[in-house]
Design a protein around this ligand. Sequence first.
Ligand SMILES: [Fe+2]
Length: 204
Amino acid sequence: MTTFGPVPEPARLTIDVGGGMRGRTGGYDKRLGDMTGVYRDGEAHAGAVTERGADHLVYRVEEHRAGDGPGALIIGTSTLAPGRYGDEFAMTRGHLHAKADRAELYHCLSGRGVMLLETLDGRSEAVELGPGDAAHVPGYWVHRSVNTGDEPFVTLFCYPADAGQDYALIADAGGMAQLVVDDGAGGWTTRPNPDHTGYRKDAA
Ligand SMILES: [Fe+2]
């Protein structure tokens, strides 16, 4: 029998394709200075910090939370600025959910990008997203957003409120196994990251 706890309030959210969310309860910004160590080409990142400043906004999350129990959802938008650091495209830090079995939906609202997905045992997938496309990120997949276009890459996301994020996993592994890079012909491709040392198998 289902036990009822406090009943959260319903919400009407108004979400625009630029990532704005009316009805949000929170969010956060990431700035260029927060991304030290994320890109393989540290010199290119340091040059961008010198040029644009450590406070330059690189991505923004707006989100709505109505509870944090095991059945609650977090609904939000992620807006990732375009850019290149060496041949790597601009990206989020990436994570595995702390409760690793928790899945997530990403629906592209505007811009173009890739959802890079990896398992702890070495599988990789790069799901290309344009407006109207959605990626289902199942549990147990490390994931990050990558902006492969020239405009902000905006996604609507939804995931369980008790999922949490393990951000250290990627840093401890020397980065994700694959890099999403310029293919030299106006598009993107992936290539293995020579610095990747493998993920901690105890993470999940
Ligand atoms: Fe996630």
